[in-house]
Design a protein around this ligand. Structure first.
Ligand SMILES: Cc1cc2nc3c(=O)[nH]c(=O)nc-3n(C[C@H](O)[C@H](O)[C@H](O)COP(=O)(O)OP(=O)(O)OC[C@H]3O[C@@H](n4cnc5c(N)ncnc54)[C@H](O)[C@@H]3O)c2cc1C
Length: 372
């Protein structure tokens, strides 16, 4: 269905920048581009009315990694690169809190805890390994003990045995994902940027000095032009750029009904972060499990088993919300932020920590665009 004269004139003609993808990265990129160039006319287009990616479906961990996850990162990336990754997560979370406001994103410094399951894939690290991890991290966290060993039975609702240990970090927190997404959209709208939802971009092509975006509208395709382009479609990036190293991976999330008098108030990592849980008020959320490589039904069943095993009082409590979100992962954990053609940037592959790094990746994309 072609755009009418009015639609074209009001929304799509005379753009200075078009951002494809209205998640945390695309919206932040638009926001920081507008800060640098207040006169630019900017539109963000997204296929989904509420943002169909991780930004509206994530678990709301404002985190930088559990102890065993960071130990694995150190092994895989080496000391310096793994520490740089932690630093970028901490910086990104600070930027998010400062830009949108802690109240506006429902930020709580809940502290996080890592539990170890008998049938899990991680073993409890030795005291020497935890000390080594803390020494390595102190430069970026300014804490002597980023991770503390603690009795699992100290946590309300856990009913753990006396010899079960856990690892606590007081630095991590949680956000309200819905509030974060809403306040980011509001900020973008207040800055005079148009967010056009429900437009699926089918193809992008650079001809002469301009990008042509072909979009699906109803059963037809039509197109519009913009001189600058940022692609921030994360897990779905290969639909527009077949050569980027991004793979979509599904992640299941479950939320229980409210539980009377529920008193567990932390974010939780299990199996090096592949399984995660937290309270949302008096409900529990649990998700992940992609490393089990099970089908959706079996993953859900095992997540529920682990929920019951960790917090026996959740047994018999119904699941009220269940959904699947899509992560964008690749051969390495680092996001891709690079130029494409002239006046084009791609900013994708946020992995499982996009809440932490998403806004700073958007800012990087806006900076990179300016360099042309
Ligand atoms: C279930 C789940 C739980 C998670 N939990 C956490 C967590 O607790 N903490 C954390 O830090 N991170 C978490 N993440 C990761 C985090 O949510 C993502 O890394 C982050 O939101 C990615 O942001 P983005 O802007 O790059 O992409 P997205 O939020 O995925 O946005 C991409 C947007 O592009 C749009 N789009 C795609 N293709 C097209 C197209 N062709 N045309 C138009 N629009 C298009 C999509 O509709 C989407 O809105 C989780 C992710 C999932 C899936």
């Amino acid at each position: 269905m072609a755009f009418s004269y009015w639609e074209s004139k009001e929304w799509l003609e005379g753009l200075d920048l078009c951002v494809v993808g209205g998640g945390i990265v695309g919206l932040s990129a638009a926001l920081f581009a507008k800060k640098k160039q207040p006169d630019w006319r900017i539109a963000v287009v997204d296929a989904d009315p509420l943002g169909g990616g991780g930004t509206s479906k994530n678990a709301g961990f404002a985190c930088f990694g559990s102890a065993t996850e960071l130990m694995a990162d150190r092994m895989a990336l080496g000391d310096q690169s793994a520490r740089d990754l932690v630093q970028s997560r901490l910086n990104g979370l600070r930027l998010l809190r400062e830009t949108l406001g802690e109240v506006q994103i429902g930020f709580e410094r809940s502290g996080s805890v890592e539990f170890f399951m008998q049938n899990g894939m991680t073993r409890f690290p030795s005291i020497a390994e935890i000390k080594d991890l803390n020494d390595w991290l102190s430069e970026v966290t300014d804490l002597k003990e980023t991770f503390e060993v603690i009795q699992a039975s100290n946590f309300p609702e856990r009913h753990a045995s006396d010899h079960e240990r856990a690892i606590f970090s007081r630095l991590e927190g949680v956000i309200d994902t819905g509030k974060m997404n809403r306040s980011l959209r509001q900020k973008v709208s207040d800055a005079g940027i148009d967010l056009i939802s429900g437009l699926h971009v089918h193809a992008v092509e650079q001809l002469n000095a301009s990008w042509t975006l072909t979009v699906e509208r109803g059963r037809e395709t039509t197109s519009f032009d913009a001189p600058r382009l940022i692609i921030a479609t994360n897990a779905f990036a290969t639909q527009l750029l077949p050569d980027v190293d991004v793979q979509p991976v599904e992640n299941k999330v479950l939320v229980t009904q409210p539980i009377r008098g529920w008193d567990f108030r932390h974010s939780v990592h299990v199996d090096a972060g592949y399984v995660y849980a937290r309270n949302i008020g008096d409900r529990m959320l649990i998700g992940g499990g992609r490393h089990w490589e099970l089908d959706e039904e079996k993953t859900e069943r095992r997540l529920i088993e682990w929920l019951h095993s960790l917090w026996p009082r959740t047994e018999g409590v119904a699941i009220s919300h269940r959904w699947t979100g899509t992560l964008g992962i690749g051969r390495t954990r680092a996001p891709i932020v690079r130029k494409i053609g002239m006046h084009g940037v791609v900013a994708v592959r946020l992995g499982g920590m996009g809440v932490a790094i998403g806004m700073s990746i958007g800012k990087q994309a806006a900076n990179l665009l300016e360099e042309d």
